[in-house]
Design a protein around this ligand. Sequence first.
Ligand code: AMP
Ligand code: ZN
Length: 473
Amino acid sequence: MSSAAFFNTEERRQVPLEPRDEGRVGLYTCGPTVYNHAHIGNFRTFLFEDLLRRALRFLGYEVEQVMNITDIDDKIIRAAVEGGVSLSEYTAPYIESFFADLDTLHIERAEHYPRATEHVPEMIELVEKLVATGVAYESDGSVFFRIADDPDYGRLSKLDLSEVRQGERVADDEYDKEDVRDFVLWKGAKPNEPSWDSPWGTGRPGWHLECSAMSMKYLGPEFDIHTGGVDNIFPHHENEIAQSETATGGRFVRLWLHAEHLLVDGRKMSKSLGNQYTLAELLERGLEPRALRYFFLTTHYRKKLNFTLAGVEDAAHALRRIDEMRFRLTHAEESGGADSPVPEAVERARARFTAALADDLNTSEALAAVFGLVKDVNIAIEENRLGTGDTQSVLQLLTDMNRVFGVLDPTEWAGEDETAAGLSDDQIEALVAARQEARAQKDFARSDEIRDRLAEQGIVIEDTPTGPRWKRT
Ligand code: AMP
Ligand code: ZN
């Protein structure tokens, strides 16, 4: 297990990761509000969380990740009531498309995806605890959190509370810093709204309460890392801290990590501004999911990222450089003997890559390690200096690096965008290279499987003394 440090929003500085249980990280990631299809701004945050999860595992930690599905909130209720459907009928297609998009972008599944509607008893219990401490009070069938009773309120977002109008309330789930007031824990139901019974009459939980109740249920009262986009810092995460720490009397989260926004023409991509793209829309325009994933991961998560088609094209181009090196490597001969520079290049790249990830997910540095390797290996091939075992050790390092980035192996993506016209030349080359790689590793089951898959597409491989050749029949 390697040590790692991350920028903690609460302290505004980088601090070492010190998990509560050594070697195990409890990670809570705020999930989608399923009142619409998620847009790719949301996926920037979800991809950052995927990278974090994969990097932690690469560094040797076990990870237990929870991502909630917010399937009750003001907007969902309004839309379901207007459409005359139940909450679950309304949200089902959006939940389905969310999971399909995760798969398209090769985002690893979290261990738990709890839904708010399935955890209402836990939420009521949390409100009861807060009422018992005296910090929460009822008003007209709703329950509010009195922020004046929490001396720590504002700790995460560094709020100045001197201007706050005491005793005033805000009932909306989403509001700005100008509106900092007592916030709602439980909302009394309006007529004909879907609702649950509670000690305060029928109603439903507020959004902030959902995440407090579900994170503590799955990860315990104190856990290691909580993430979201920067828009979650206030009020969502501030309110989560207030609720959880007042209820337990202890610390809630050790490290807070927040991803910067995806922008379009300099403005945050958001449903309310109407400048969003969904993944499906971009795929229809012919963008490759592999290039999109790479595009998102190249910019550090704490920097704003402007979405442009040119940026995604550059990403596709960068990936081709890696694929070409892999292709050349699997076709090259290891005849260079003891003179090979590759073992040292592999060791250097691995160390640089690992150190970069442990340094607050320094992705540009990690990718510099990947491209440094590409360059060193290309030179060794050109100079005919590959030694015995070099192919294998470079491929192994690429496999390990791919566990983090998830874009470095073209065969994992080939076939997903197969068109009616069949595989593209690039995809065929990638599969042929993968077959060579499997053969070099004496994995004949896999090499045969790839040959059969190509044969199904009418492509035959001929093995010649200078390496494999393929043709369409
Ligand atoms: P929502 O479905 O609105 O609750 O958002 C789900 C996640 O996406 C949250 O963590 C948000 O902070 C994040 N998010 C929303 N808009 C953007 C954006 N334009 N760029 C990056 N992350 C975003
Ligand atoms: Zn949340």
